[in-house]
Design a protein around this ligand. Structure first.
Ligand code: 4NP
Length: 164
């Protein structure tokens, strides 16, 4: 690995940036740090919507993540910006609606960067979307963590193979 190479930058995207994408941000950050790859890979998250800008992740999201050893409380919601499409190498949508919204915002020559996060989940049993837990019960937050933990491991393997 060459320390001088450009970092690989990953942006996790959902609707509000208070449930799914902060979970993916915190879990993937933990994987990067555990693998000793902070020098080479960077992760951030954002929402396509603007309702929760500046807010901490949803308390239910923070509690569920904390129980599995991830501290999401330093994160603050922000909205996707035009320059994200230049800056990030992987712009990963949690569901089909986020994907369509991102594709509509993305300049045509950068569209190859926009993908579904679960495209990287090796054995997600055909599940393509991380379901929105916001209006549901506690089990929805556990499901988000299960899907995100699985896909984060596969994404890290993919980046190692392709870039490092
Ligand atoms: P997220 O969940 O997209 O996973 O952050 C949501 C958060 C807030 C809302 C919808 C989804 N909302 O309608 O305010």
């Amino acid at each position: 690995m060459k320390a001088s190479r450009q970092k690989v930058r990953v942006l996790m995207v959902c609707l509000g940036n208070i449930c799914r994408s902060p979970t993916a941000h915190g879990v993937f950050l933990h994987r990067i740090e555990r693998a000793g790859l902070s020098e080479f890979i960077e992760v951030d998250s954002a929402g396509t919507g603007d309702w929760h800008i500046g807010k901490q992740p949803d308390p239910r999201t923070c509690r569920a993540a904390q129980a599995r050893g991830y501290d999401l409380t330093p994160l603050r919601a922000r909205q996707v910006r035009a320059d994200d499409f230049e800056k990030f190498d992987y712009i990963l949508a949690m569901d089909g609606e986020n994907l369509r919204n991102l594709q509509a915002l993305c300049p045509p020559h950068l569209k190859h960067k926009v993908k579904l996060f679960l495209d990287f989940a090796g054995d997600a049993d055909g599940v393509r979307y991380v379901p929105d837990p916001y209006y549901g019960e506690e089990d929805g937050f556990q499901k988000v963590l299960d899907l995100v933990e699985n896909a984060s491991g596969s994404l890290l393997d993919h980046i190692r193979r392709q870039h490092l």
